[in-house]
Ligand binder design. Structure first.
Ligand code: SAJ
Length: 438
């Protein structure tokens, strides 16, 4: 343990305020509380504050409910609307994208304004939200203007009173509590001393390596990670469109190409979803539009894949005359209940707008259909009903439930497998995992 953190006796545990109790903020607050700090989570939504104070959760994440219940009942985590004095402030609020693919950091700046009155000399302020390069410096500037009585890093000579750093979250939904502890952390300080202070804080609850750099580099690292994945998925999606037009099974091609020792192609699908990979690359493009050709094109390829799938499905429906069409899956990736930016929703909703009640949706993780289906006449049905009644299946999400459908329950159907989930599906004259009748 580094000696950089303020020394705290047993009677007075480190006080941490986490701003934003969403998908990242709440698990982070709970993990910090479990490590022995007294955590106050603040959120603008009263229902979120009430839920957490009740020891409950408003988001689905593996093992999160039990952890929150435990730390709240031990008095280590509580929630409120207004912040209080603390030793460490962690900002984990959304950074959405607005019209023209422009990042919106207003929630981050609002969070900084909210904590400005309560920060004091010795405090550490950490931004975790995915942010355009330069955002942490803007937080410092805002705090320097709001608190002229304090020496803010980057705005003072010599050592600062307050320490400001950027440390992006890198956790995968569904594995958040594991990855919060095990993943390496990149910690960028406004000054090297800020980075060292933040590193001492993360070492309290992170088992992975803590690596320090500048705030700007750490901001870019986060954007680069998700852009890297987007570019690689775009490559797979581009291959899938070429292979489809050539009548070749792209999954077989990828499997064989990946036998090369230096080739590792990702998996194609109906597009890229979620609130991170489909969004963050635009933050890099917005920062330097003239030089971000591959990153922008990858985004466009992954977006265009949705339209390709819609067009392919329509051709199959028209040519086969299928009457009842079941779309399997709406989530943005397998085995989760998250439908944000989901390509499966876009594809299925587009088909529902055209074919109405002929479209059935199967989604084991949904209680009701997302609003994109309002007024289309399409219905949410059980998997067994779809398998009994539909003459065409469009597989959009590789949920385990769908993987387990045996060939004999699919064999008499027209099948469009956009995820390559059913390698045993007989290939039809259309090529890739598209079958007419067996
Ligand atoms: N996908 C494919 N083919 C693949 C892999 C993924 O089509 O071979 C699609 C998925 O179906 C999904 C989308 O990409 O629609 C994104 O899913 P994901 O599982 O790759 O990633 P996310 O969005 O759940 O989480 C990502 C992670 N980033 C990286 O893997 C670089 C996670 O570590 C980040 O913390 C998270 O974004 C974030 O919050 O930024």
């Amino acid at each position: 343990m580094s000696t950089n953190m303020p020394a705290k006796s047993k009677e007075s545990p480190l006080a941490v305020t986490v701003v934003g109790l969403g998908y990242i903020g709440l698990p982070t607050a709970a993990v910090i509380a479990r490590s022995g700090a007294k955590v106050l989570g603040i959120d603008v939504a009263q229902n979120v504050v009430d839920t957490v104070n009740d020891g409950r959760v408003h988001i689905e994440e593996v093992d999160l409910h039990g952890l929150v219940q435990g730390v709240v009942s031990r008095g280590m985590l509580r929630a409120a609307i207004a912040p209080e004095a603390a030793d460490v402030f962690v900002i984990a609020v959304p950074t959405p994208i607005r019209a023209g693919h422009q990042p919106d950091i207003s929630y981050v700046l609002d969070a900084a304004r909210t904590i400005a009155p309560v920060i004091k000399a010795g405090d550490l302020v950490i931004l975790e939200s995915t942010s355009p390069i330069g955002t942490t410096e803007q937080v410092a500037e805002l705090l320097a203007e709001a608190r002229r009585d304090l020496k803010i890093p980057g705005h003072c000579a010599g050592s600062s009173d307050v320490f400001i750093a950027y440390c992006p979250e890198r956790v995968l939904p569904g594995r958040i509590l594991i990855e919060l502890v095990d993943n390496d952390r990149v910690i960028g300080g406004i000054t090297p001393r800020c980075a060292r202070k933040a590193m001492a804080f993360y070492r309290r609850f992170v088992r992975g390596a803590c690596l320090t750099t500048s705030a700007r580099a750490a901001e870019m690292v986060k954007l680069v990670e998700n852009s890297y994945r987007d570019v690689n998925i775009a490559f797979a999606n581009e291959l899938s469109m070429i292979a489809d037009n050539m009548g070749i099974d792209v999954w077989e091609v990828i499997r064989l190409a990946n036998r090369h020792p230096r080739v590792n192609i990702l998996q194609p699908g109906p597009g890229v979803g979620g609130h991170c990979i489909a969004v963050d690359p635009w933050f890099l493009v917005a920062g330097d539009p003239d030089n971000s050709h591959i990153i922008r094109t990858a985004r466009e390829v992954n977006e265009a894949k949705k339209d390709f799938v819609i067009g392919r499905a329509m051709r199959m429906i028209e040519e086969s005359g299928a009457e009842r069409i079941a779309c399997l899956g709406l989530a943005f990736k397998p085995n989760i209940d998250d439908f944000r930016e989901s390509p499966a929703v876009s594809v299925a909703a587009a088909l529902a707008k055209i074919y109405g009640a002929r479209i059935e949706l199967v989604e084991p993780f949904a209680q009701a259909l997302p609003m994109e289906f309002a007024g289309t006449g399409a219905q949410l049905v059980e998997l067994d009903d779809a398998l009994a009644g539909a003459d065409m299946l469009i597989l959009l999400v590789d949920h385990d439930l769908f993987k387990s459908i045996p060939l004999d329950e699919r064999a008499d159907k027209i099948v469009y497998d956009t995820r390559g989930l059913w390698p045993d599906q007989p290939k039809g004259d259309g090529g890739p995992r598209i079958s007419r009748a067996a």
